[in-house]
Design a binder for this molecule. Structure first.
Ligand SMILES: Cc1cc2nc3c(=O)[nH]c(=O)nc-3n(C[C@H](O)[C@H](O)[C@H](O)COP(=O)(O)OP(=O)(O)OC[C@H]3O[C@@H](n4cnc5c(N)ncnc54)[C@H](O)[C@@H]3O)c2cc1C
Length: 406
């Protein structure tokens, strides 16, 4: 069958969130109307934030997913909601210039604050916890680079405290040459977060149709005609592809690629240093390690990425990656890590400059695509919702050029 977003196996084995409650959404099997103002393709966190940002605007909004809602990459996410972009500010400055790099980091910080407030205001139960972050020196970015990074962030008005090896040992018991401590992070259950957003969107009149794929799209004057796998044609004034790592063939380019990544979660109430409940941790290494904990005391650790986009499907590799993650975690925290309760792996999108790609799809009118790749996919979904909803409502977001196709 023809498709415009190549279907992938997005995740393998059992992510922690598959067994949490309240992640099912009552979606429809057939499209309720053939003519809509906005068609959103994809019912993950990206589509949910997009739909909600357009709800209450007196628009008819239809969401279509080839799977069931919340069953894509979002279900595999470790959901550290961070403003810190994978490419450090001082490094991004060298790549795209100071003004753009600062704007990207500042926008990312604002997006985390907006998203956490949104979840609070909507009263979504998803174990959202505001946290600080600890960025550890590693084999890619050492103490000197972290010092430059803290200074760059400070000049951009983004709070960051440089810790030397002694401070890091005394405050956290960690043995690294340096770290940056920063505020403005959070963690959540990504499946409950997304399902909660979808329920709010449905209450505002947004229709969600599952098991339905968009197989083709054509622009006709001010309208777009989208064909579905069930033989329907949807006429939509605006179309937004929030299809995650199953991106539109039309926007494939050298700047982003899909790799494989691994993660595990311990049982609840696992021994952990006291400070870990208030922090998310990541490091300037390749391959990297990142760590968070949950409200019920699990430790989640992830990383060990590999270039092969299908490696995540290999069960032998899952065991060896899990052993490596446990060993690295144990060495860092200086505690034994018990056999994990959940181990999983997934496809993961990375971008050369660490920035999302958000904007109109070349050669199609009123069609937008969101590619929020890297470790900030959730934060980038919030930025995308702001930029694309502004465009649909006839306004231009001041940062739209910053994240446009490049
Ligand atoms: C292991 C792992 C850990 C991560 N950790 C973090 C983290 O700590 N913090 C963070 O911010 N981000 C993290 N991310 C990234 C983040 O989870 C993703 O960026 C985000 O979940 C993607 O959401 P999405 O809605 O864009 O994609 P998805 O959740 O994949 O949803 C896209 C949907 O589009 C549908 N679709 C695709 N093509 C079509 C079509 N043609 N027709 C109909 N439907 C279609 C798919 O079925 C899918 O359901 C992580 C990702 C992984 C895999």
């Amino acid at each position: 069958m023809q498709t415009i977003t190549r279907k992938r196996k997005l995740r393998s084995f059992q992510p922690l969130w598959t067994t949490t409650r309240k992640v099912q959404i009552a979606a429809q099997q057939r499209i309720p109307a053939n003519i809509v103002d906005v068609l959103i393709v994809g019912a993950g966190i990206g589509g949910a934030l997009m739909a909600l940002s357009l709800a209450k605007q007196n628009l008819t909004i239809l969401v279509v997913d080839r799977r069931q809602p919340v069953q894509g990459s979002t279900l595999a996410s470790t959901a550290m909601i961070q403003h810190e972009i994978d490419v450090p500010l001082h490094r991004l400055t060298a790549m795209v210039g100071q003004a753009k790099a600062r704007r990207a980091w500042q926008r990312s910080a604002r997006a985390v604050e907006t998203l956490t407030s949104l979840v609070d205001n909507l009263g979504i139960c998803c174990h959202l916890e505001r946290k600080k972050s600890l960025y550890l020196a590693g084999n890619t970015y050492g103490a000197r680079a972290l010092k430059a990074e803290a200074a760059a962030r400070d000049k951009a008005g983004i709070s960051a405290v440089f810790l030397n090896a002694t401070q890091l040992r005394e405050n956290f018991g960690l043995e690294r040459t340096a770290a940056i401590e920063a505020a403005i992070s959070a963690s959540a259950n990504p499946a409950q977060l997304t399902a909660g957003l979808w329920r709010k969107a449905q209450a505002e009149g947004v229709a969600i149709v599952e098991d339905t794929e968009i197989t083709d799209i054509r622009s006709l004057h001010d309208w777009n005609a989208a064909a579905t796998s069930k033989g329907e044609i949807i006429q939509a004034r605006h179309v937004v592809f929030c299809t995650g790592y199953e991106f539109l063939d039309a926007v494939a380019n050298q700047e982003h690629r899909i790799v494989s990544t691994w993660a595990l979660a311990t049982k609840p109430h696992h021994p952990r240093p006291n400070w870990l409940k208030d922090y998310v941790v990541w490091e300037g290494s390749d391959p990297y390690l990142y760590i968070r904990s949950t409200a019920d005391g699990r430790i989640i650790v992830g990383g060990e990425d590999e270039e092969d986009p299908t490696a995540h499907q290999d069960s032998v590799k899952l065991s060896s990656k899990s052993r490596t993650l446990r060993a690295k975690l144990s060495a860092l925290l200086k505690i034994p890590i018990a056999e994990p309760a959940y181990q999983w792996a997934a496809a993961f999108g990375v971008a050369a400059d660490g920035l999302p790609i958000i904007g109109p799809v070349p050669a199609l009118k009123n069609v937008y695509a969101v590619m929020g790749y890297g470790g900030n996919g959730i934060t980038y979904s919030q930025i995308a919702a702001e930029i694309v909803s502004s465009a649909i409502l006839g306004h231009q977001d001041p940062d739209s050029e910053l994240f446009a196709f490049r």
